[in-house]
Ligand binder design. Structure first.
Ligand code: COA
Length: 259
């Protein structure tokens, strides 16, 4: 399989997928999105690959969706572009092999969204993060509003999304956007060591763990409330709960009832 904007390699069980459009800071045009789709499917089904590292060539991880393409979109094209990006990034998230983003530089817009679709994020101390779409009169279209909110919580998500501010790697770690920050020179060796550590463990267990994590993050809050209410209902009817509440009231009844 040939790729114009990606470089793929497999060494010692580690699949490395490098986005390679350095003269455009690896901006994601439609061709690159299509190649990312093919690459994640190929790495996922390659028995030689135990874990996948995603990184960028040059001084950027990915500086966002390709603004030249965005400028030419009509309404129909915009929906199609957004749905296609969401679909492809979801394939990274639903990979049954661990996917680690090794963020070497700018991770802006679609770049930050791609990093968030990976399971783990390691940032070089030179990396920069942001969702600057609002400055273009847009919003993130590749799952960023949802994944950012889940990762850093609604307060930090609102601040980043509404200001379009760019933050450094240490701030990204502080708010939970990345797992850890390492010196730029150690970025790839750190990510590779992590894949090796994981690949010593059972692949089927890893696949189940990743599936469970994804489902937890995907569950709509109404379903979680249902789950919580069902659990509460079942437990409230048990002997343990009846005895526990009775024992509490027995000791404290005078204070609670005024007796
Ligand atoms: N889409 C298309 N091209 C992009 C791009 C993007 N998202 N980001 C950078 N590029 C291109 C630039 O147009 C330039 O190409 P050129 O030399 O052919 O003109 C090249 O990459 C280098 O970028 P440049 O802006 O000259 O580098 P810089 O160091 O001055 O600034 C950034 C770096 C990341 C701050 C700046 O490129 C930027 O703001 N990019 C857009 C980020 C963004 O808004 N992303 C979200 C899009 S929804």
């Amino acid at each position: 399989m040939t790729y114009e904007n990606l470089r793929l390699s497999v060494t010692d069980g580690i699949g490395t997928l490098t986005i390679h459009r350095p003269d455009k800071l690896n901006a994601l045009n439609s061709a690159t999105i299509d190649e990312l789709d093919r690459a994640i499917v190929a790495m996922g089904s390659d028995p030689q690959v135990a874990g996948i590292i995603v990184t960028g060539a040059g001084r950027a991880f990915v500086a966002g969706a390709d603004i030249a393409e965005l400028a030419a979109l009509d309404t129909g094209g915009a929906r199609e572009l957004s749905r296609r990006g969401q679909e492809v990034f979801s394939r990274f998230e639903s990979s049954h092999k661990p996917v680690i983003a090794a963020i070497n530089g700018f991770a802006l817009g679609g770049g930050c969204e791609l990093a968030m679709a990976c399971h783990i994020r390691i940032a070089a101390d030179t990396a920069k993060f942001g969702q600057p779409e609002v400055k273009l009169g847009l919003i993130p279209g590749y799952g960023g509003t949802q994944r950012l909110t889940r990762l850093v919580g609604p307060g930090h998500a609102a601040e980043l999304l509404l200001t379009g501010e760019i933050i450094d790697a240490h701030e990204a770690a502080r708010i939970g956007l990345v797992n850890r920050v390492v010196p730029a020179a150690d970025l790839m060796s750190t990510a590779e060591a992590l894949v090796r550590q994981m690949s010593a463990n059972a692949p089927l267990a890893q696949a189940r763990i990743l599936d469970a994590i994804r489902r937890a993050a995907d569950a709509p809050s109404s379903a979680l409330y249902d789950l919580e209410a069902s659990g509460f209902t079942i437990l409230a009817g048990t002997e343990d709960a009846r005895e526990g509440t009775a024992a509490f009231l027995e000791k404290r009844a005078p204070r609670f009832t005024g007796r």
